[in-house]
Design a protein around this ligand. Sequence first.
Ligand code: SAH
Length: 200
Amino acid sequence: MIAEQIESRGVRNKRVLDAMRRVDRALFVPSNLVNEAYSDNALPIGRQQTISQPYIVALMTDLLDPQPGDRVLEIGCGTGYQTAILAGLAREVWSMDIIPELCESARERLGDLSYTNIHVLHGDGYLGLPSEAPFDKIMITAAPPVMPESLCQQLVADGRMILPVGVFDQDLIVIDMTGPGRWTQRKSIPVRFVPMVHHG
Ligand code: SAH
């Protein structure tokens, strides 16, 4: 999976590839889909949600560039696959999901895997997590129709956020803070994520 789907498409960051090798995607897909765990696709996880495609997880992790000292906020925990990869690269990860059942099962799964630097929280990602802000990095894994600018206030002065933006046509966007209330924005590739919804 790593060699054929990720390295071959240009993600060469060794730290990211190593972090991905340490997390078995089969542990994060529903039991009836285990034989598809290493396929080159997003897969359904119930509640009309998905586990992201491995390549997209790798690309977003590479673009976010989590450092060993970083405090990271993830919005859209799902089954916790991306969360586990971030936790292998950063100091501490907070991951929110708007569906309580997904939070409960992700918390249990990540606990069973002995992660001690992950906090799974039920809540609306549009609000972020002011009690733990500011974060060095924010990753959103559901697509808002427009970039939620208020979340930029929960980043450190030189923080970075990566997210898909759009309704039908979505692009992966990288936001780099350049000072209080100021940022630059660049487009990566077109993507397809589930919508980031209001009020779960
Ligand atoms: N990061 C996951 C992808 C999960 S899919 C992975 O590694 O595979 C996106 C998730 O975003 C879903 O679980 C959905 O419930 C959640 N979501 C959608 N809108 C949200 C919101 N406003 N706040 C928090 N989570 C949200």
